[in-house]
Ligand binder design. Structure first.
Ligand SMILES: [Zn+2]
Ligand SMILES: [Zn+2]
Length: 189
């Protein structure tokens, strides 16, 4: 199922569940849902387009998490559509408490990415780092990548495997990879 469809499906479920506890959000409001492909940090956001029109955005990466976590996020943003709930103050908190108790949600004011990824059996990694340099040991060919290279790097550092000198290559196309642990030893001369 594509992500927008999935979002609309789960959104409908949330709206129905809210109705079952006498919160009818659609009565006086028009709410649109959208997937945000840019945001890497926040789970979602709620934009007030006019007096009674709202747009809920859920970040694309959230859609890969467990459904209950996605629904918690949708519910969080839906609360922002309620009166006096444009922040995370008292009113927001009260709605969250009722929804958590009556509908078994776990809506909080902030998310915990690391925990949510773990619960969804996904590896949690921060944005991959862009590596611009390849560093190669002249002696044993041991090599690794670096985002930046300090001035005098080749003078100050030697290969951690064989003690050889390093050569630095600036990459024409930066590569994205996960951080590699590297072993280097400080040069003694
Ligand atoms: Zn919020
Ligand atoms: Zn070496």
């Amino acid at each position: 199922m594509n992500k927008q469809k999935k979002l609309e499906e789960l959104y409908k479920q949330c709206i129905e569940e809210l109705k079952s506890i006498n919160i009818d959000l659609q009565k006086n409001r028009l709410i649109e849902t959208k997937i945000n492909t840019r945001s890497k940090k926040r789970y979602g956001c709620c934009k007030k387009l006019s007096k009674d029109r709202f747009q809920i955005e859920i970040s694309e990466w959230v859609m890969d998490l467990n459904e209950d976590i996605i629904k918690n996020t949708i519910m969080h943003e839906l609360i922002h559509c309620m009166p006096r709930c444009n922040n995370h103050g008292e009113y927001f908190k009260n709605y969250a408490t009722v929804i958590n108790e009556k509908l078994g949600y776990n809506v909080s004011r902030t998310g915990n990415k690391e925990r949510d990824f773990k619960e969804s059996n996904l590896n949690y990694t921060e944005k991959p780092i862009k590596f611009n340099y390849k560093i190669v040991c002249e002696n044993c060919n041991y090599n690794f990548f670096r985002q930046r290279v300090k001035k005098n790097f080749t003078r100050w550092y030697r290969c951690g495997k064989c003690g050889g000198k390093f050569k630095i290559f600036k990459l024409r196309n930066a590569i994205n990879t996960n951080c590699q642990k590297i072993r280097i030893s400080q040069s003694t001369n």
